[in-house]
Design a protein. Structure first.
Length: 408
């Protein structure tokens, strides 16, 4: 049964990364449910109910069920009960994916390595598809149409200063921060041949994330390894000095590129600026600001002239949905795993929390923050932050199972 559970979890990771919109395979929910079926079947066969740490259970209940349900209730109270455009239950489905943390904690399964392997395949796909699309106009238009139709990837051209390039943006590319942090940590803590391969995989994922082409992705492709190396470095002052000098040289050599990267005249930046204006108008209403419009509600954008229930400015969208009264506890819970960075007993997991910090930062302009994919990533983080007995583990308990190598 363990093999079936591991296979279903690996399949879930694959679907999350390569079919984030669930438009191609339609397997995200079935595979997720199947994993829980195998988990429950395993408990029945073993005649043993595993212990789940109370703090993890409370975290999942609060962030994944209670707060979203309260927000949906607000939507109903404010007259949305009979609205045919209500999307709340679809969003609630996404929050339920946070329950994966309970399974991982109970079975002591480590998804970091298999997730990084799948993300390495994503980096290869980004590089290869980019080469294919740039070499053939027919291939480019086929991939462009496929990507838009199934919400998998987007192709296009961008130019900052004199730097012109073609991007191959997979919807799931922000998750590559997890692989970057994982392989950066492995480079520091392995030797000989293992270190060589970890360096190769780190470089692969750096190139893949850079080629994804958004500002977030390009900056994170260099920043994540740099921060992880700095965090674990014993010579932080020297490392920081070298990093600042390198950044200064880059700014000096390519000032026009840097300015264009953050210019509000850029099309994508311009869209976000107009969305911020929309949110400012909505939140100027005291009721909307304090109570929110509810999970599943929508608004009509002044620029897109269509219904919007998910937007690139994720934190303002969450404020619109939850209102300040629920937004504050939601945001605090979302960021709570980062507190483990202050605890030295979690040092071996700090790289993971650093990656999550980058993921939250990228969420400022990434609509995937609280999607089912985002909740699956948060489940891995939450499991490490609240689902492990760190004292016992640090004293030599090596019972944690790495999914890819589990053999029972």
């Amino acid at each position: 049964m363990t093999r079936l559970l591991n296979f279903s979890l690996f399949a879930l990771l694959f679907v999350i990364v390569f079919d984030p919109g669930d438009k191609v395979t339609h397997l995200k929910v079935p595979v997720f449910v199947l994993a829980f079926v195998f988990w429950i079947a395993g408990m029945i066969l073993r005649k043993r109910i595993p212990r789940i740490r109370p703090e993890l259970l409370l975290y999942v209940l609060a962030l994944g069920i209670i707060l979203p349900l309260l927000s949906v209730l607000v939507y109903f109270i404010r007259g949305g009960l009979f609205n045919e455009l209500f999307y709340g239950f679809n969003f609630l489905k996404s929050y339920l994916f946070l329950g994966l943390a309970l399974l991982l904690s109970a079975e002591k399964i480590d998804l970091q390595k298999p997730l990084s392997v799948v993300l390495s395949l994503l980096s290869i796909a980004i590089i290869v598809i980019g080469k294919i699309a740039s070499s053939s106009s027919a291939a480019y238009f086929f991939l462009w149409e496929f990507g838009h139709k199934y919400q998998v990837l987007y192709l296009g051209q961008r130019q900052y200063g004199n730097f012109r390039y073609m991007y191959t943006y997979f919807i799931s590319s922000p998750i590559l921060v997890m692989a970057l942090a994982y392989f950066s940590y492995q480079v520091l803590h392995t030797k000989a041949r293992a270190r060589f391969w970890n360096i190769c995989l780190l470089v692969l994922n750096m190139v893949g994330m850079f080629r994804a082409g958004t500002r977030n992705d390009m900056i994170a492709s260099a920043a994540v390894p740099m921060v992880v190396f700095f965090w674990y470095s014993t010579k932080k002052i020297k490392f920081a000095a070298v990093a600042f000098i390198a950044i200064g040289i880059m700014i000096g050599l390519y000032p026009k590129v840097i300015v264009d990267l953050f210019s509000t005249k850029d099309i994508s930046n311009s869209v976000r600026v107009h969305l911020v204006s929309d949110y400012k108008t909505i939140l100027s209403n005291p009721t909307d600001f304090l109570a929110g419009q509810g999970v599943g509600s929508y608004f009509i954008s002044s620029t897109r002239t269509d219904y919007i229930s998910i937007s690139e400015v994720s934190y303002l969208e969450l404020l619109r949905e939850y209102g300040l009264l629920l937004y504050i506890p939601f945001l605090l819970l979302l960021m709570l795993p980062l507190v483990r960075l202050l605890n030295s007993q979690y040092r071996s997991y700090h790289y993971l929390f650093l990656a999550f910090g980058f993921y939250l930062l990228m969420g400022v302009s990434d609509p995937m923050l609280v999607s089912s994919d985002g909740m699956c990533i948060l489940s891995i983080i939450a499991c490490c932050a609240f689902g492990k007995n760190i004292k016992r583990f640090s004293q030599g308990d090596t019972s944690e199972t790495v999914l890819a190598s589990s053999g029972s």
